[in-house]
Design a protein around this ligand. Structure first.
Ligand code: 5AD
Ligand code: SF4
Length: 476
């Protein structure tokens, strides 16, 4: 058993990051999944979604087949998220529910992976309260999953293996992409920003950028396979390359990817700290870089921003925001905001509202501060009552949804280009996809449009989506 250690995970050094490029599944394991099925449930961010695509591909290489529901599966994998307490609660709730399934089906293998296993408190809780889990592994040892699975089946014993190292880079992992027409591409892993509230630098390790050769090779392969859109993934893509000694940064990468024959390039997420003029210029100069950026504000109070270790003031944020709007006039800007950070007073919250009123974000994700054990903010005095924090969130959300609707109104009666993902989960006659500005668009259309970029005239505007009519079915 190898347990996690957050103190260890916090360490950073300038040691060169090893790149592991020889991932192969042992021949002996290639039939492990014959006549067996797997089900993956993913919680949290796109990074986790993409990790699940890698885990699925490993399982399929071992001949496991995807199950359509948990009841049908022989292996159930929960790829977990640590970002807030409610993410934890959801996963623990699911582990609790799975106990019944396990009792009915003795051979069922239950796996917990992702960010939660990186925390000592989680692993200790599992050992004492959730002993029916069979395999627990963390974000740093995905490549060992096939071996852990084989060992678990072979020894009929639980396997817990969580590394807390600074990290390394795995190239050549297989990926089972959810869509042929759009794909996630990791450009970096980990984070060194250490925002005071955030657990990610501990669960995902030190910032490690992939080298351009591997990234460009992956994207060229995707293009050859018919992919129209790539989303470059990193905890803070603007800092790409700062940990490499190649003098090649995010703007350079954007310019190189922008030259490729791909219709859409997106990226996320962006800390204002490293967003420089070269990046803005690259967005301006490459038509295939989509006019959308997710730029977390977190708070509009300088006092709180400082306590959060965000390294910018509200004025600097506002300046950057309007610089982007001026440079790319059709850009949509979304954000993240936390209310109720320790020590946030009514006055600080009003300052956040003032920034929201000034920027009028195209949309935003809003959260109540959640104490993450081991982070600096967990040790800060927090006297504000929960009810007060909830009232602040509600007030903020009222402003945010009004501005979101307002932003959506600008598209009424205009034609937007939509990359069609598939049928809407709510209505099987309605197709759904995203516009260039990252607005969800629904419209009636045929199945053959899935995976294509089509012009849609917006006829109806709601807060969380746009509705329209297809203008022509010509391929984009
Ligand atoms: N509490 C509340 N929100 C958090 N986030 C990150 N950590 C916490 C926390 N401890 C939010 C931030 C970040 C988004 C992904 O999640 O706003 O940008
Ligand atoms: Fe967390 Fe801050 Fe890193 Fe984003 S930049 S992952 S909020 S520490």
């Amino acid at each position: 058993m190898q347990k996690p250690n957050l103190q260890q995970a916090k360490k950073r050094s300038n040691k060169k990051v090893p790149v592991i490029n020889d991932f192969v599944i042992d021949d002996k394991l290639l039939a492990l999944g014959l006549h067996k099925k797997y089900f993956i449930k993913t919680y949290g961010c796109q990074m986790n979604e993409h990790d699940s695509e890698k885990i699925a591909a490993m399982l399929e290489k071992m001949q496991f087949q995807v199950a359509s529901n948990m009841e049908e599966a022989d292996v159930i994998i929960l790829n977990s998220c640590s970002i807030r307490e409610n993410a934890h609660n959801k996963v623990f709730g699911m582990i609790g529910q799975l106990k019944q399934l396990k009792e009915k089906k003795e051979d069922l293998i239950l796996v917990l992976c992702g960010c939660m296993p990186q925390e000592e408190i989680v692993v200790n809780k599992i050992l004492t309260k959730y002993e029916w889990l069979d395999i627990v592994f963390g974000t740093h040892n995905i490549i060992n999953f096939p071996n852990l699975l084989a060992k678990c089946i072979d020894e009929r014993k639980p396997q817990i293996e969580v590394f807390s190292k600074e990290g390394e880079i795995y190239e050549s992992l297989p990926v089972k992409r959810e869509y042929p027409h759009k794909a996630w591409v990791n450009i970096m892993f980990g984070c060194d920003k250490f925002c005071a509230y955030c657990i990610v630098p501990y669960t995902r390790g030190k910032q490690r950028s992939r080298t351009r050769q591997y990234i460009l090779k992956e994207i060229k392969k995707l293009i050859a396979g018919g992919c129209w859109e790539v989303t470059l993934l990193g905890q803070n893509v603007n800092a790409y390359g700062k940990d490499l000694s190649e003098n090649y940064y995010f703007a350079d990468l954007l310019n190189d990817i922008g030259k490729l024959d791909i219709a859409r390039v997106r990226f996320m997420t962006n800390h204002p700290w490293d967003l420089n003029d070269d990046i803005i210029k690259a967005m301006q100069q490459n038509d295939n870089i989509m006019p959308h950026i997710h730029l977390p504000l977190q708070s509009g109070s300088d006092r709180i921003l400082q306590k959060m270790n965000r390294n910018y003031t509200k004025d600097e944020y506002i300046k950057l925001y309007f610089k982007l709007k001026e440079a790319i006039p059709n850009i949509c800007i979304s954000t993240d905001i936390i209310v109720g950070f320790p020590g946030e007073e009514a006055k600080d919250f009003s300052e956040t509202l003032a920034v929201v009123n000034k920027c009028q974000f195209d949309y935003a994700f809003t959260f109540i501060f959640s104490k993450r054990e081991g982070t600096p903010a967990a040790a800060m005095a927090d006297k504000t009552l929960r009810e007060e924090k909830e009232a602040r969130l509600q007030k903020l959300n009222k402003y945010i949804s009004a501005y979101t609707l307002n932003s959506n109104m600008q598209f009424k009666n205009t034609t937007v280009r939509v990359l069609v993902d598939g049928f809407s989960a709510k209505n099987k006659a309605v197709l759904t996809g995203y516009s260039e500005n990252m607005k969800r668009v629904n419209f009636y259309g045929d199945e053959q449009l899935i995976g294509q970029i089509v012009p849609v005239k917006i006829t109806e505007v709601k807060t969380w989506s746009l509705f329209g009519e297809i203008v022509s079915t010509k391929k984009g």
